[in-house]
Write a protein that binds this ligand. Structure first.
Ligand code: GLU
Length: 293
């Protein structure tokens, strides 16, 4: 890959404020882009308005700024890209790759994967329907830059992929794939909670005929006992008042070994140091990382 053509991105959902776990993934993505002389885009994944926390979008931007992240270009908002999603969905429909599904979440609750009961027409045509991509049995292998080889047969794991939900909202998988392709993203560095969602994304990329970016899934930070980081805990809240101290803690968790003197300089100096020392391969090959923050 030509280093100059690297395009990375951070794509938070405004369902809550950023905490140190989200900043850890953001920092990995940012450092990898800058160390490769790449561009770094910021995209707000704000399609699911019901899950949006009031004011979270602007607080996310303010936190990123306070921590010294500098994104390239305008912030992209998925809510203003609906025409692109609609057009892409209709292209797939014309190619006869989609079907409408009337099954409710409750009806499918006991199924490990979608069994395909609406493939030949919605079982309950009177209901609102979701739009699914027909998935044929095929194994997809990723060579993840942190987690290594990961293989999944999407058809066996989850089945036909929902592109538009029954409430009319475009799904995360659909919007993320359309946007990564439209924005020319070449490298996705994000939390390992999305590793098992990546094969469906690649399946959809293949159906759309768009390139597959390189993937690096960084460990998800947890409490020292392995439980999810509780956003309510003061110590894991991103605090603009001590951004440099928290940033150095994040660098440590990224195995960068920041010298104590880094805390005496400014944020820009700390980032410049981290870019110079960045090594994606130094990240632990694990899905979660207990962190005494
Ligand atoms: N919006 C997703 C989230 O906040 C991340 C999407 C991605 O990085 O692919 O979990």
């Amino acid at each position: 890959m030509d280093r100059r053509s690297y395009i990375g991105r951070f794509a938070p959902s405004p369902s809550g404020d950023l905490h140190l776990g989200s900043l850890y993934a953001a920092a990995a993505s940012y450092l990898d882009a800058r160390a490769n002389a790449g561009r770094w885009l910021l995209r707000l994944e704000d399609l699911d308005t019901a899950r949006e926390a009031p004011g979270a979008a602007s607080r996310i931007l303010a936190t990123l700024e306070a921590f010294g992240f500098e994104w390239d270009g305008e912030v992209a908002r998925q809510s203003s890209r609906l025409d692109l999603y609609r057009g892409t969905l209709e292209d797939l429909r014309r190619r006869d790759l989609l079907f409408e599904c009337s099954c409710s979440r409750l009806e499918l609750a006991d199924e490990g994967r979608y069994p395909g009961q609406c493939r030949h027409g919605p079982v309950h045509p009177e209901r609102p329907t979701a739009t699914r991509l027909r998935v044929e049995p095929r194994s997809i292998t990723i060579v993840d830059e942190v987690q290594g080889r990961y293989r999944q047969n999407v058809s066996a794991a989850s089945g036909d992929i929902i592109l538009r939900r029954r409430d009319g909202i475009f799904s995360y998988v659909f919007a993320v794939v359309v946007d990564d392709a439209a924005q020319g993203v070449t490298h996705v560095v994000r939390g390992a909670d999305l590793l098992d969602n990546t094969p469906p994304q690649i399946y959809l990329q293949n159906a759309l005929g768009v390139p597959t970016p390189a993937y690096a899934h960084v460990p998800v930070l947890t409490e020292p006992d392995g439980t999810k980081l509780a956003k309510s805990r003061r110590s894991v809240r991103a605090d603009a008042g001590c951004a440099l101290t928290q940033l150095c803690a994040i660098f440590e968790l990224l195995n960068l070994a920041p010298p104590a003197s880094l805390r005496d300089g400014g944020i820009d100096n700390a980032w410049a140091w981290a870019v110079r020392h960045w090594k994606l391969s130094a990240l632990p090959r694990r899905l979660t990382l207990p962190a005494g923050l």
